[in-house]
Write a protein that binds this ligand. Sequence first.
Ligand SMILES: [Zn+2]
Length: 362
Amino acid sequence: MKKKPNYKLRRNMAKVILVLLILLPILIINRTKILNLTVYIPNMKYSSIIDSMFEIGYTKDEVESTLNYLKEKNKISDETQNYILKLDSKGYKKSTIDYLLRNINKTQMTEFLAKKYNKDYEEYIENDLFDYSKFERYLAYQKKHDKLSVDEVVFRIELNLDKTYYEDSTIVKDPDDITVLTNKYLEIPEDYEPKDLVDMDSKYANNTYGQKKLRKEAYDAFVKMVDAASNDGVTFYAESAYRSFSYQNKIYKNYIYENGSEKAEKYAARPGFSEHELGLAIDLANIWTITTKGEEYKWLSKNAHKYGYIFRYKEEWEDITGYSAESWHIRYVGKKIATDVVNKNMSYEEYYIKYIANKKNN
Ligand SMILES: [Zn+2]
C-alpha cells in the first residue's frame, strides 16, 4: 500500500524554504542586518543610512536612537549617509559622528568636513558644555592659551573670557536668584533693587557713614556667622554691604579720580557689574581690613561655607574673575552651594557655568 504523503511536513518545509529565500540574500549581503532585522525592516526607506551605521559599528540601539532623532528633526536625507561615511573615513569615532549628525546643520557639516582630522576636536565635542556655534572661539582661545586643557577652554568661552570686559555684556535674567552670577560680562539691570533688604545692626556692620543693608537671608546667615566666629575669639564686621547702582557709580568714579582708570578696572566694579548691588556681598573689616594672613581669613576659609558664604576673588582665579584678589570680599550663595563650591575648590564663575547654568539649560 502506498504511503500517504505527509502534507503537514511538506507545508512546513515549504515555509522554511520560503523564509530562507527571503533571508538568504540579506544574509549574504550583510550579516549585521540579520542580527538587526527589527531596526532594518521597519526602516527600509533609510536602508543606506542604516547600512553605513552598521558598517562603522553602531549598535542596534544607537542606530535606532539616531535614526529616530534625525527623523524627528527632519534631517534624514541621502546626504546623511554620505556624512557618516566621510566622517568615519576621516577617523572620527561614532560618538563624535553621532553628535555631529544630531547637532549641526548642513553648512556647519560642510565646514567641519573641510577641516583635517584633529583628536582635540573629539575632546571638545565630548565636553559637557560643548556648543558647536562656539567652536571657532574655542580654537582661537586655545591658540592664545596653549597651556589650558580643553575643559578649561570650554568653560572660559562659556564665560565669554575671549570677549571685551563690559562691552560684550548681557543683562542677568533673574537678579533675585540667590545663586545669580554677576561679573564683567553679566550685568545687573540698572533699576534693580532687592525687595527684601534689611538694616544691619551696628554689632555686625559699621554704620558710621550710613546704614548698611543686606538681603534678609544673607543677613540672617551673616549674624550667625559673626556670632560663631566671636565664640571662637575672632572678630569681623561688614564695612560695606548693599550698594545701589548710583552709589556704585560714585565709588567707581571716585576710584578713577584717586587711582587712575587702569587700577580702577582691576579693583572697583563698574556700576551694574558689582555683586554689592545684589545685596548678597559684604566687604569685611576688622579695624583695618581682612588679609589672607589674618586669623579672620583663616577662620572664614574654614567656616564661611557653613553659613552660605564664599570668597569670590582669590589670586589663583584672577584670570577668570577679572579682579585682583580680595581677601575681604565674601558672597552669599546659600549653604548647600557654598559647601559644594569649597569642596570642589573652584571659582564661583567655573562652578556656576558647570553646575548651575548647565543644569538650567538642560
Ligand atoms: Zn566687595
